[in-house]
Design a binder for this molecule. Structure first.
Ligand code: NAD
Ligand code: IPM
Ligand code: MN
Length: 356
C-alpha cells in the first residue's frame, strides 16, 4: 500500500491540540480510500525542548526531516523563550532551509463562517495570497551597532533577489492562469525605493509574459483598506514575506478568524518536503483547555492532500469543514459555540465520512 511519511511537529501551546484533529481528518480520508496510508513520526521540538536542550531542534534535525514526504506543523513560540529564537530556529529555519519559497494562504469565506464586514457578499471573500516565503524582509540579515550604548542602532536588511522575485511571481501567474483569475501585486514602491521598486519592475516583466492574465497593483496600505472595504477585487494576490504575513492575518479576520486560516509552505520542485500549518500561533491565552479551533489545522491538512495529488479529497475535507460550520452544532468559542477542539474534529470527520 502506498505510504506517505509525515513528520509531525505539533510544537507549542495549542499546536498539539489542533494537529491531533488534522491527523484525524487525514486518517479518515486514507481509511475511506483504502489505497494509501499516512505514517506519522512525531518530533517533540519546540519551546519545552529548547528549555531542556538549549536548542529548538537537534543539530541534525533538518537532515532527519529531509527524509519525509511532508511536514505537518502546529505552532511554535511560548512565553519563556524569546520569539526571535524559537521562531527563527525552528519554523523559519525549515521554511528557508527547505526552500519552501511559496506560502499559499487561501482567504475564503466558507458558508457558516462569521464575517465582520458589512455589505460584502460571501463570494467576494475568495482569494489566495501567494506570499514570498524565503527572503525579503525575513532574510535575517542585519547588525546591531554600539549595542547597549546611547548610540546604538540596528540594520535589518531586506534581501530581494531577481531569482526570488521571479519565481514567486511566476507561481502566482501560473496559478491565476489555471484558475482564470487575476493577479494583484501588493508592494510599497513609493517608500521602499530599492526593494519595492525592484519588486514592481519584476512584476511588470512577469506580467508581460502572461498577457492573458489581468493584473492589478496596490500599495500595501491601500490594499489593507480594500481587503476590508472591497475584498471582491482580489483573486490571486502576490506579495512579499512581511506584507504577506500581515495581510493574511487581516485575511483571516474577514474570513472567519484565526481558527480558520490555513497555509502551505511549498517547495514546488519537490526537492525538499513541503510544510503545512495553520497560520495562527500557539495562542498561550487559550492553550491546554480544549478551546482552540482545529479547522485551520484541518484545512492545512486538506492542502497537504492537494499537494499529494488528491485534489478531490482535499475538496471533500474543505466541504466537511463547511458542512460543520453550516450545521453549527460543533463549534469552538471563537465561532460562538461551546464545543471542545476534539468535538469539532470529530464532527468534521463525521461529515467527511458522509461525503464518501
Ligand atoms: P496567535 O495566533 O497565537 O493568537 C492570536 C489570537 O488568536 C489569540 O487571542 C488566540 O487565542 C487566537 N487564536 C489563535 N489561534 C486560534 C485557534 N485555532 N482557535 C481559537 N483562537 C485562536 O498569535 P500571538 O498571540 O501573536 O502569538 C502567540 C505565539 O505564537 C508567539 O510566540 C508567536 O510568535 C507565535 N506564532 C507562531 C506561529 C506559527 O508557529 N506559525 C504563527 C503566529 C504566531
Ligand atoms: C506566520 C507567523 C510567522 C511569520 C512568525 C511566527 C515568524 O506569523 O506564519 O504567519 O511571520 O511568518
Ligand atoms: Mn503571521
Amino acid at each position: 500500500m502506498k505510504t506517505h511519511k509525515i513528520a509531525v511537529i505539533a510544537g507549542d501551546g495549542i499546536g498539539p491540540e489542533v494537529i491531533a484533529e488534522g491527523v484525524k481528518a487525514l486518517d479518515c480520508v486514507a481509511a475511506a480510500d483504502g489505497g494509501f496510508r499516512f505514517e506519522y513520526m512525531y518530533f517533540p521540538w519546540g519551546c519545552e525542548y529548547y528549555l531542556q536542550n538549549g536548542r529548538m531542534m537537534p543539530e541534525d534535525g533538518m537532515d532527519t526531516l529531509a527524509a519525509f514526504d511532508a511536514i505537518f506543523l502546529g505552532a511554535v513560540g511560548y512565553p519563556g523563550v524569546p520569539d526571535h529564537i524559537s521562531l527563527r530556529d525552528l519554523l523559519l529555519r525549515i521554511r528557508r532551509g527547505f526552500d519552501q519559497y511559496v506560502n499559499v494562504r487561501p482567504v475564503r469565506l466558507l458558508r457558516g463562517a462569521p464575517c465582520p464586514l458589512k455589505n460584502v457578499k460571501r463570494e467576494d471573500v475568495d482569494m489566495v495570497v501567494i506570499r514570498e516565503n524565503s527572503e525579503g524582509e525575513y532574510a535575517g540579515e542585519g547588525a546591531w551597532f554600539h549595542r547597549d550604548t546611547p548610540q546604538e542602532y540596528v540594520h535589518q536588511t531586506g534581501v530581494f533577489t531577481r531569482k526570488g522575485c521571479e519565481r514567486i511571481m511566476r507561481y502566482a501567474f501560473e496559478l491565476a492562469q489555471k484558475k482564470g483569475w487575476s493577479v494583484t501585486s501588493v508592494s510599497k514602491g513609493n517608500a521602499l525605493n530599492y526593494s519595492m521598486v525592484f519588486w514592481d519592475k519584476i512584476f511588470h516583466e512577469t506580467a508581460a509574459r502572461y498577457p492573458q492574465v489581468a493584473t492589478h497593483e496596490y500599495l500595501v496600505d491601500a490594499a489593507a483598506c480594500h481587503f476590508v472595504r472591497d475584498p471582491g477585487r482580489f483573486e490571486v494576490v502576490v506579495t512579499s514575506n512581511l506584507f504577506g504575513d500581515i495581510l493574511t492575518d487581516l485575511g483571516a479576520a474577514i474570513a472567519g478568524g484565526m481558527g480558520l486560516a490555513a497555509g502551505a509552505n511549498l517547495n514546488p520542485e519537490g526537492k525538499f518536503p513541503s510544510m503545512f500549518e495553520p497560520i495562527h500561533g500557539s495562542a498561550p491565552d487559550i492553550a491546554g483547555r480544549g478551546l482552540a479551533n482545529p479547522m485551520a489545522a484541518i484545512w492545512s491538512a486538506s492542502q497537504m492532500l492537494e499537494h499529494f495529488g488528491y485534489e478531490q479529497y482535499a475538496a471533500k475535507v474543505l466541504q466537511a469543514i463547511e458542512n460543520t460550520l453550516v450545521e453549527g452544532k460543533a463549534l469552538t468559542a471563537d465561532l460562538g459555540g461551546s464545543a471542545a477542539t476534539a468535538e469539532v474534529g470529530d464532527a468534521v470527520c463525521g461529515h467527511l465520512k458522509a461525503l464518501f
